[in-house]
Design a protein around this ligand. Structure first.
Ligand code: PRP
Length: 219
């Protein structure tokens, strides 16, 4: 059977991703702990993993550099790559929200014709405001987006909220939710057909863990 390659997101969601894969019998934790290699085999030598920035996961998968990937819905909708999305995974729950300083009056957004909005999700942000008849000026940042209204860089921000702690501790409040997000398995369209046996076996292994987690509610 073909050995598959999976693209995994470096950063915040990596440990939940590795924990989930280990439960399914694909354990990369040992290699990740002890090395900085970006291409590794799991303990049993059944699956190869490459570690890339979250926004690059769909790129690797679309081009077939990886057969599969694990990435959040937020990133998938932002980068709009042509991939299959065969399975939702039970972790990485968060939401993409519009936020502003707590002392700002919550007037309807349409009252502001052209707010300055800081975000690392320019496409989703632009679409959200356009659909409401608002033309935002997007300030593109790669992190610490919550800082921008505090230092006069932007009126509003659009960023991921998980526990809400970053917003709270910076005196910010959520005004609108743009989308709900969780981890998803994505697949290259050609691999899905050409390596169907290996794909089906791996997806079955993951699905069994999804069912177990769902049953015990222990995400
Ligand atoms: C993410 C996100 C928020 C924060 C939300 O940032 O961009 O800043 O987590 O989490 P919370 O609601 O639990 O506080 P991350 O830590 O990934 O770093 P970043 O600022 O570089 O995006």
């Amino acid at each position: 059977m073909d050995r598959l390659r999976i693209a995994l997101p470096k950063g915040r969601s990596l440990s939940a991703t590795l924990g989930f894969l280990a439960q399914a019998g694909y354990d990369f934790r040992e290699s990740v702990q002890h090395s900085r290699r970006l291409l590794v085999l799991d303990g049993a030598g059944k699956l190869e993993a490459v570690f890339v920035k979250p926004k690059d996961v769909p790129v690797f998968v679309e081009y077939g550099a990886a057969d599969l990937g694990i990435v959040g819905t937020d990133v998938l909708r932002e980068v709009e790559r042509d991939v299959y999305e065969p399975l939702l995974l039970p972790f990485g729950y968060c939401r993409l929200s519009v936020a502003a300083p707590a002392d700002r009056p919550d007037i309807p957004l349409r009252w502001e014709p052209s707010p300055r909005v800081a975000t690392s999700y320019p496409n989703l942000t632009y679409r959200f405001f356009q659909e409401r008849g608002v033309s935002p000026e997007i300030i593109l940042l790669s992190g610490s987006v919550e800082l921008s209204p505090l230092v006069g860089l932007a009126d509003l921000l659009v960023d991921m909220v998980e526990t809400g702690r970053t917003l709270r501790e910076n005196g910010l409040v959520e005004l609108r939710t743009i989308l709900h997000s969780q981890a998803e398995l994505i697949a290259n369209r050609a691999s899905y057909v050409l390596k169907s046996e290996a794909m089906a076996a791996l997806i079955d292994d993951l699905r069994r863990v999804v069912a177990r987690v769902g049953a015990s509610d222990a995400v």
